[in-house]
Design a protein around this ligand. Structure first.
Ligand SMILES: Cc1ncc(COP(=O)(O)O)c(C=O)c1O
Length: 1002
């Protein structure tokens, strides 16, 4: 291939100087041409015998789009110096080729983009719709083509079905073809226009890497254009979008909504999408099968059809329900007449017979929402005893009270409501009905004439018990349905499908908990505008992320209760308003995690829930040491608050009990406790003790450390004072390099690295002495956490302590992050080091969320501090705090949480090490127990801050909360409550694996 020949052609005919690279293409010559300023072009030199009309059609179509819709992302045809869009040029063999140039679009093809977010898919739809709209008036004789990729002619596969030998596959394709054949007349009745006809994932270009938003940069390759109904264009794109997508229905909805936003569709067209999508996939697999027969030795033919088979064989989506979903995504009535039903219901509000036999307009509402209610205590398990009492707080002598429509609730706790394998998988939480709670056996009356559609007794755990679905019709003949759940199943003996029920007739009654699925007596009253795909088994709650569909299929039934919609409609607290409130009321340096922050309103063990009831696996928060909402912690707090809560100026056994418990975990020489409110306060106090004991002020501390937010604590926190805008280093402080044997001065293959790091303390001591500060002490997070989850080499701390003590100082171990069993093998980090600190500081986990800090020291140091001035911290050592702190330590012991940290930590580390070998961006895995760090690196080994931010945000999309840390913020910090279980470990590893696969190092 003579690249120079084509470079010369480019220069002489287009005036473009560029470097050329050959691209794929069997007969046509395609070149990537890059100009000196980086501008890219695609030079296309068509095969000598190419169909000139086809090239001309494409060129004109690109030009048409560009002039019709200049803003649409689409490549431009670059005219030659003479203004021609195409030229006939000789190739190096003397043959004439039609040549043309397209602007090269930035980015990569959609096939290579991961993740394929719904926002991106929506944009793909919008760009395809925009192109369709732009091409609506494009004319070219070549558009009327007779070829196999015209979806209108997909029926050709009918004659080739026998080529598929597998009988199951054969009957699948036959069924798709039969459906398609029935649709042919419908398709024939739709207007035709020029369409792209091949928006597959290699023909859609996408820009944006990692943290940048991904945007469609254009559609390429108009080589399959033809005239057909525009819906064929969308169905073809849809056929590729669904392949291997974890949630194809949602992806389809996003694509169709995007298309509709640019080029509005009709409901009839929307209904065609799914059968046409299947027809297109059937055409693909039949075509590949025929090609495989022709080229039996080409494995690619079989491989390429695998995703299409996978989709066809594993996804039997209900066309009616999917149609309703797609219509809902486009804001259309979910079925023909649904809008008329709603208009009629609104008009008839007030005229329906009272369901409960009385006017409900004054009936109180009771919220069971995830925000307002604590039912059930364990959001992953609803015991029958609790179910039978749900809402008892609203009980008022048998008076009817109502439960909200559209309310996210955690009472649907069983695995059946989960949509994935993990407790933190998506889950259906949002109530699609209104409840009326009333005494058992309260009779109910039909709000309007109806016919029994379903009457059943569903005896499953927390199911409906007796349930009736009635079918109704508006006077105009539009059908709709109402469901009554949790009934006395006696109705099953009286009623049968087809029975007529007159408006106002008593037709059923509430069951008691022994017969209604186990619940406090109430009726679940739900409206549905279609039963397509849900038939007799309606979901009573929906996934919050799918409410665009469920609100449309099962709207608020308030009108049928003669109530205003607003009364019964629940809206969770608006996260954006809270965010705005924070901005209005708080300082700007109160930071929020995640580009799209989470609002968390409930927790249980190592899971948290947002205002929609979406669960998150908490792999980040170390404060809820024994788990969120621990019942023993709740009980202790409630019990003590019922009694009294006072301070250390009075005697109380809780104070000494707590001290005894802490000291039982300490080396013998540490005998005196100080109770304060926070880790900060404990460290501040530690500085005072050090000064009082030594008479000196100078402190040595590792770089990038954090010890708290007060003036003194900040002064020993390089992580803060050395930040841009920080106060800088005080003259009584000296920093030493963190003993990081991955990235620091002495690395893991150096057996003397612990001593070498410790030796760095010598010049620091000397500098302080020379400045006349003396040596008050050394303070360090035993395992530096904000410094990057670092485990110093064994022996480092004893070596440092020896030097500090020789210089007259004392040694402070900040165990706020590492203490209380988190490390698994050790209760405190200093045990791992074989170090013997003079002061140990504890915070965060020791109160499990209650503000509590503890300092423990030697009798001698405590005596030096006891200089006649009272030490008093009003809330430090309060009765409540002491009981909480002791309860936390007891729970760690009673529930074997240190051992759990050890074994879960070991599994996590093993899994993370496997990820390290698999993903190039993982530089290091370190940690101990449930104190873990995963260092992310760029291709050159440097700190990958961007990647880390990306992974952290994507893990949140996978419903896992983790943090990031380190001087360059490139270390993922995994630090869950100690309750984490094997399932949680598996979820972290599987999700991390998937997210890390999205990171491609250059
Ligand atoms: C090691 C360490 N020490 C002290 C503190 C300060 O604790 P608090 O925020 O409870 O004052 C922290 C807080 O992050 C910490 O990580």
């Amino acid at each position: 291939m003579n690249l120079q020949h084509w470079a010369d052609a480019l220069k002489s005919h287009w005036g473009i100087t560029a470097d050329l690279r050959r691209l794929d293409g069997e007969y046509d010559l395609n070149f990537m041409a890059t100009g000196p300023d980086g501008t890219g072009y695609i030079l296309k030199a068509m095969r000598p015998d190419c169909e000139a009309w086809l090239v001309e059609m494409q060129v004109q179509a690109f030009q048409h789009i560009a002039s019709n819709t200049p803003d649409l992302p689409c490549p431009r045809v670059i005219p030659s110096s003479s203004g021609a869009a195409m030229l006939s040029l000789r190739d190096e063999n003397g043959a004439n080729r039609l040549c043309w140039i397209l602007e090269c679009l930035p980015g990569q093809c959609y096939a290579k983009v991961s993740p394929k977010s719904l926002a991106l898919i929506h944009e793909v739809g919008a760009v395809l719709g925009g192109a369709g709209k732009a091409l609506a008036d494009f004319q070219h004789p070549g558009l009327e083509r007779d070829f196999k990729w015209d979806l209108m002619r997909a029926g050709w596969i009918g004659a080739e079905i026998d080529s598929i030998t597998d009988p199951k596959r054969q009957s699948l394709i036959r069924e798709i073809n039969t459906v398609f054949t029935k649709l042919e007349p419908v398709l024939a009745g739709l207007p035709k226009q020029a369409i792209h006809n091949d928006a597959n994932d290699y023909n859609i270009m996408v820009t944006g890497e990692l943290t940048q938003p991904r945007r469609v940069s254009g559609l390429i390759d108009l080589g399959d254009m033809c005239a057909a109904p525009r819906i064929c264009d969308l169905a073809i794109a849809a056929a590729y979008i669904v392949l291997d997508h974890a949630a194809p229905e949602g992806a389809l909805a996003a694509l169709v909504a995007g298309y509709h936003s640019a080029y509005p569709l009709t409901p009839q067209e929307v209904d065609l999408i799914y059968p046409l999508l299947r027809a297109r996939l059937a055409v693909s697999v039949v075509n590949s099968t025929l090609m495989a027969l022709e080229n039996p030795d080409d494995p690619y033919v079989t491989i390429s059809q695998a995703p299409a088979w996978r989709f066809l064989e594993t996804h039997d989506l209900h066309p009616g329900l999917l149609g309703a979903r797609l219509r809902a995504a486009c804001d259309m009535p979910v079925v023909e007449g649904a809008d008329r039903v709603m208009t009629w219901l609104q008009a008839e509000r007030g005229n329906f017979a009272p369901l409960m036999g009385e006017d409900l307009s004054e009936a109180p509402m009771g919220s069971l929402s995830v925000e307002s209610s604590t039912w059930p205590q364990n959001p992953f398990h609803m015991p029958l005893e609790e179910a039978a009492r749900v809402g008892e707080e609203f009980e008022d002598q048998g008076r009817i009270w109502l439960g909200y429509y559209h309310e996210p609730r955690l009472i649907y706790a069983e695995p059946a409501f989960r949509k994935g394998p993990y407790k933190a998988s998506n889950r259906r939480t949002v109530h699609l009905a209104v409840d009326a709670f009333a005494p058992d056996f309260t009779p109910m009356f039909a709000p309007l004439d109806g016919e029994v559609f379903v009457v059943e007794n569903r005896t499953g755990h927390l199911d409906y018990g007796g349930v009736i679905i009635l079918r109704h019709e508006t006077p105009a003949g539009d059908p709709f349905y109402t469901l009554y759940g949790h009934l006395d199943p006696e109705c099953c003996d009286r009623l049968s499908p087809g029975d007529k029920i007159a408006k106002g007739a008593e037709f059923c009654r509430l069951g008691d908990h022994s017969m209604n699925g186990g619940w406090a007596p109430h009726v679940h009253f739900q409206l549905a505008l279609t039963t397509e795909g849900i038939e007799a088994d309606w979901p009573g709650v929906g996934d919050p992320d799918e409410m665009y569909m469920w609100r449309a299929i099962c709207p608020n039934p308030a009108a049928l209760l003669n109530l205003p919609d607003d009364k019964c409609h629940y809206t969770p607290t608006n996260k954006d308003e809270i965010r705005q409130g924070r901005q209005d009321h708080f300082g700007g340096n109160l930071s929020l995690t995640y580009s799209d922050p989470v609002m968390l309103v409930r927790g249980w063990k190592h899971h948290l829930f947002d205002e929609w009831g979406r669960p998150y696996l908490d792999a980040y928060n170390n404060v809820p040491h024994v788990g969120h909402a621990h019942p023993r912690i709740q009980a202790v707090a409630a019990d003590q608050l019922k009694r009294m809560n006072s301070n250390t100026r009075y005697l109380h056994p809780a104070q000494t009990a707590f001290a005894d418990k802490i000291l039982s975990k300490m080396p013998d020489h540490l005998q005196v406790c100080f109770f304060v409110n926070s880790g900060t306060e404990a460290n501040e106090l530690a500085l005072r003790l050090a000064r009082a004991h030594t008479g000196a002020k100078g402190m040595v501390t590792p770089d990038h450390g954090y010890h708290g937010n007060t003036t003194g604590a900040i002064a020993v926190s390089a992580y803060k004072f050395n930040k841009p805008g920080g106060v800088g280093k005080a003259d009584w402080v000296e920093l030493v390099e963190v003993a990081d044997d991955y990235r620091g001065s002495f690395i893991r293959d150096d057996p003397d690295r612990a001593q070498k790091f410790a030796d760095l303390v010598d010049p620091a001591i000397k500098a302080l002495q020379e400045r006349g500060q003396g040596i008050a002490g050394f303070i360090a997070e035993t395992f530096p956490s904000v410094g990057g989850q670092i485990i110093p080499p064994k022996g480092y701390l004893p070596a440092v302590y020896e030097k500090i003590r020789a210089a007259g100082g004392i040694c402070i171990a900040d165990e706020v992050q590492t203490g209380l069993g988190r490390l698994g093998d050790y209760y405190f980090g200093f045990e791992h080091q074989g170090a013997s600190p003079d002061i140990v500081v504890m915070g965060k986990p020791i109160g499990n969320g209650h503000p509590l800090g503890v300092l423990v020291t030697t009798r001698e140091i405590a005596e030096s501090f006891n200089n006649g001035i009272e030490f008093f911290s009003t809330f430090g050592g309060s009765t409540l705090s002491c009981r909480m702190g002791k309860e936390v330590l007891d729970i760690v012991d009673d529930e074997g949480l240190q051992e759990n940290a050890r074994s879960m930590g070991a599994d996590l580390i093993a899994g993370l090490k496997a990820l390290e070998t698999k993903h190039a961006c993982v530089g290091d895995i370190r940690g101990m127990g449930l104190f873990l760090g995963l260092e992310l690196i760029n291709a050159d080994g440097s700190e990958a801050t961007q990647i880390c931010s990306y992974v952290k945000n994507r893990m949140r999309d996978h419903r896992i909360l983790i943090g990031s840390e380190g001087p360059k913020d490139n270390i993922l910090k995994i630090r869950p409550p100690l309750t984490i279980d094997a399932e949680g470990v598996e979820m972290i590893l599987a999700s991390l694996d998937s997210v890390l696969s999205e990171v491609v190092l250059p």
